[in-house]
Design a protein around this ligand. Structure first.
Ligand code: PRT
Ligand code: MG
Length: 217
């Protein structure tokens, strides 16, 4: 049995065509079903639904053999851009694309604050990425860890800036925030448990190859 960990929403939706290329069809719609384990058309493949941030944990510890996770989630999970023990990242799937950016209120002069060397208060869910980014720039920051709705932080005076994912930019615009710096491009990657790769080599290789052939441009 191969267990594939996916999160509901964009990652699930954008992984479906890759699964199709591997001859795998998920037999239930996660938006309608309450099941956390979804059967597929193949008796030897099942999908488990977990929170996006839990995908690397499931795969690393063998709760799933393979999974799909955003680069943002993987960096925060491992604490750096290096890999982590037991977690193999063979493919960038080029799906669920967005960028990690710094955003501020339109009336906050970010360039001046950076130039003056002032301490900037930054709210984010992505503390590892933010810490490394500002350290590399030599900017002093106080990081405030949040778990969601980062856009609210500059509007309420909780922080001067946020580090968050942006795709269309509509959320920033709706909250009168402006993007002042792009930190990195983000896409999702296939992750594989290293022990599974040895024990279920043929089956997992086949999935990796099929996914690779179907990566969108
Ligand atoms: O939503 P939930 O709290 O359950 O979990 P999650 O946010 O971790 O999962 P999900 O499904 O929202 O995101 C899964 C992965 O999709 C992330 O880890 C990213 O790698 C990727 N991804 C791609 C995005 C976006 N695009 C994206 N736009 N993840 C989140 N967003 C959010 C962003 O944080 C912001 O709040 O969408 C909002 C901005 O969108 P625009 O289009 O208005 O700019
Ligand atoms: Mg989300």
């Amino acid at each position: 049995m191969i267990t594939l960990a996916l999160s509901k929403g964009r990652i699930f939706e954008e992984t479906l065509p890759l699964l199709a290329a591997a001859g795998i069809q998920v037999l239930e719609d996660p938006e309608k079903s309450r099941k956390l384990i979804l059967p597929t058309n193949r008796d030897d493949v099942r999908v488990v639904l977990v929170r996006a941030t839990d995908v690397p944990t499931y795969v690393q510890h063998g709760g799933a053999d393979i999974g799909v996770a955003g680069k943002d989630v993987l960096i925060e999970h491992t604490g750096s851009q290096e890999g982590s023990d037991g977690l193999y990242q063979p493919l960038d799937l080029n799906i669920a694309k967005c960028r990690m950016s710094v955003a501020v209120r339109a009336d906050f002069d970010y360039a001046a604050a950076v130039k003056q060397g002032s301490r900037i208060r930054v709210a984010t869910k992505y503390t590892a990425i933010a810490r490394e980014h500002f350290a590399n720039k030599g900017v002093h920051v106080d990081l405030i860890k949040l778990y969601g709705s980062m856009e609210l932080a500059p509007l309420t005076g909780l922080a001067d800036a946020i580090v968050d994912l942006v795709s269309t930019g509509n959320t920033l615009k709706a909250n009168k925030l402006v993007e002042v710096e792009e930190i990195m491009q983000i896409s999702s990657r296939l992750v594989v448990n290293q022990a599974s790769l040895k024990l279920k080599r043929e089956a997992i290789r086949a999935v990796i190859q099929a996914f690779e052939s179907a990566i969108p441009q």
